[in-house]
Structure formats: structure tokens, C-alpha cells
Design a protein around this ligand. Structure first.
Ligand code: FES
Length: 129
């Protein structure tokens, strides 16, 4: 009787572990606008800067254009970073790399990052997709 209880506990623990290593969360559907005059978004005020908002990483390239892809690495869901020198995205967890449009360029990522549309009007940057 005691053995059965321990077995049930062990199975329950493994099921919990499986949830923790599930694939990355789905890329969100978003439509938001950042006021670039707001100090909260100062990271986008210079080339090479980037920030996270609503599950999206928004970056300003070295040529001054804005790009945006899903924040979550498609391997295990860690946040990716923007690397201005190569104009690409990288995941520090296991080394996945992505192009500026989110295409996989290396590492264990099974699929691309979702790309979002960016539209700059004055100091308002709309990100949607
Ligand atoms: S979570 Fe990004 S490479 Fe594994």
C-alpha cells in the first residue's frame, strides 16, 4: 500500500518536470505603439539598442531602422538578445542564432522567430503582427 503511494508521487513529479521542459511559448499576436520620446523606451533612441515589450524584442539596427521578432527562442523559450554588430539575434542558453528577420542561422532552434511589422510615424513606433 505504501509502495503504491510512493509510485503515484513519483509519476506525479515526472509529469511536472515534463511541463517545465516543454517547447517555447507561442509567439504572441500583438499590436502596440511605443512613444520613442518616452524615457522608458530610451534604448531605442540609439542605433544598436533594443528592448522587450509584450513578448516581442524590438531593436534599432546600426542603420537606424527598427526590427521586431518574438522574444522567445524557439528551442526552449529563453529570451533572445539583439547583436547590432551582426544585425542578428542570439540565444545565450544553448547558442541558437537568428537573422534580422528571425530565420534560424545556427544552433538547436527548430523554427524561426515570428517577425513583426514596425512602422515609425514621428516618434511613434507601431509594432504589430
Ligand atoms: S533556449 Fe535558446 S538555444 Fe536553447
Amino acid at each position: 500500500m505504501i509502495g503504491m503511494s510512493l509510485g503515484a508521487f513519483t509519476i506525479g513529479s515526472r509529469m511536472q518536470s515534463c511541463k517545465k521542459i516543454s517547447p517555447a511559448p507561442a509567439a504572441p499576436v500583438v499590436d502596440f505603439t511605443l512613444n520613442l520620446a518616452d524615457p522608458a523606451y530610451a534604448a531605442l533612441g540609439h542605433n544598436g539598442g533594443y528592448l522587450y515589450n509584450n513578448g516581442v524584442i524590438v531593436a534599432r539596427t546600426n542603420t537606424g531602422t527598427y526590427i521586431a521578432v518574438s522574444e522567445f527562442c524557439t528551442h526552449k523559450g529563453s529570451p533572445v538578445i539583439y547583436e547590432a554588430a551582426g544585425n542578428d539575434f542570439f540565444c545565450n542558453s544553448h547558442g541558437a542564432s537568428y537573422s534580422s528577420i528571425g530565420a534560424v542561422t545556427g544552433g538547436p532552434a527548430p523554427s524561426a522567430l515570428k517577425q513583426y511589422t514596425t512602422t515609425l510615424t514621428g516618434t511613434s513606433l507601431r509594432v504589430n503582427g
